[in-house]
Design a protein around this ligand. Structure first.
Ligand SMILES: Nc1nc2c(ncn2[C@@H]2O[C@H](COP(=O)(O)OP(=O)(O)O)[C@@H](O)[C@H]2O)c(=O)[nH]1
Ligand SMILES: [Mg+2]
Length: 238
């Protein structure tokens, strides 16, 4: 009788132990699987913008973290996408981006890149050249090209876009803050900084199309934390 009672208790206890160990084990496995999935399924990012804004620098920054050496070479055409793993506040994200030239004859490569890599997040980079000279329309022209391409219902080959062919969000990143921050200092909210003024209409068009836009200020060359925070904010918020 006593033995029987003891056996039942033992069996129940072992059963519970088993269940909790298994449950704990399952959680560990699931977490590992999610981390692994995140690493393998890199989130496709597209980094575009006029020439010399810092696209190659940003690609470097995402890959290496730290001060990026001066980029002297101009990017020719479209490069292969490379994987970057970034870690912010303990969370790891893997993203993939390809370096593309910024001269207008490469702009069509941006669309090819979006289509081929199924770009989910776009970072459009600008700097302060339009503030230095009102006659410089580099960013405005590149931006119009990009907004037209993203909002279009068809790809350049005439094929109709599907719902998942549109990006999840477009970031407008004003780069080289270390150069222009003081010169064009602004008291109000960063969102309202005059550097973004000429791009409002295009942002509105994207919003009307259901694509949120996100304004951001960075120094891609020397401020890795700003870069990483910008990327995670885009991933988290959209
Ligand atoms: N001061 C400063 N210079 C930058 C920054 N980002 C890029 N640059 C410089 O701007 C120039 C153009 O950069 P690059 O990455 O080649 O631009 P891309 O043509 O868009 O690929 C290079 O001399 C970079 O060192 C930045 O945040 N601050
Ligand atoms: Mg480049």
């Amino acid at each position: 009788m006593v033995l029987g009672w003891f056996t039942i208790r033992m069996v129940t206890y072992l059963w519970w132990l088993n269940v909790s160990v298994l449950a704990g084990f399952a959680i560990v496995i699931t977490e590992a699987a999610i981390a692994f999935y995140k690493r393998i399924h890199a989130i496709p990012f597209g980094i575009y913008g006029a020439t010399m804004v810092g696209k190659t620098t940003l690609n470097h920054q995402l890959r290496t973290r730290g001060e990026v050496p001066d980029i002297k070479k101009r990017t020719v055409g479209l490069h292969k996408g490379t994987r970057k793993t970034i870690k912010v506040e303990g969370e790891t994200h893997t993203l993939k981006s390809a370096d593309v030239g910024g001269e207008s004859f490469y702009w069509k490569e941006w669309i090819a890149d979006m289509k081929r890599r199924k770009v989910k997040y776009i970072i459009f980079m600008i700097d302060h050249r339009h503030l230095d000279s009102g006659a410089n329309l580099d960013h405005q022209l590149a931006w119009k090209f990009l907004v037209d391409a993203v909002c279009a219902n068809t790809w350049p080959n005439g094929k109709k876009k599907k719902e998942q062919d549109y990006p999840i969000a477009v970031g407008m990143w004003a780069n080289k803050y270390d150069i222009w921050g003081k010169k064009y200092s602004y008291d109000g909210e960063i969102q309202n900084h005059p550097i973004f003024e000429p791009f409002k209409y295009g942002m509105q068009r994207l919003n009307d199309k259901g694509i949120p836009t996100f304004k951001y200020i960075v120094s891609a060359k020397s401020q890795p934390e700003m870069v990483y925070l910008g990327v995670t904010t885009m991933l988290k918020d959209y």
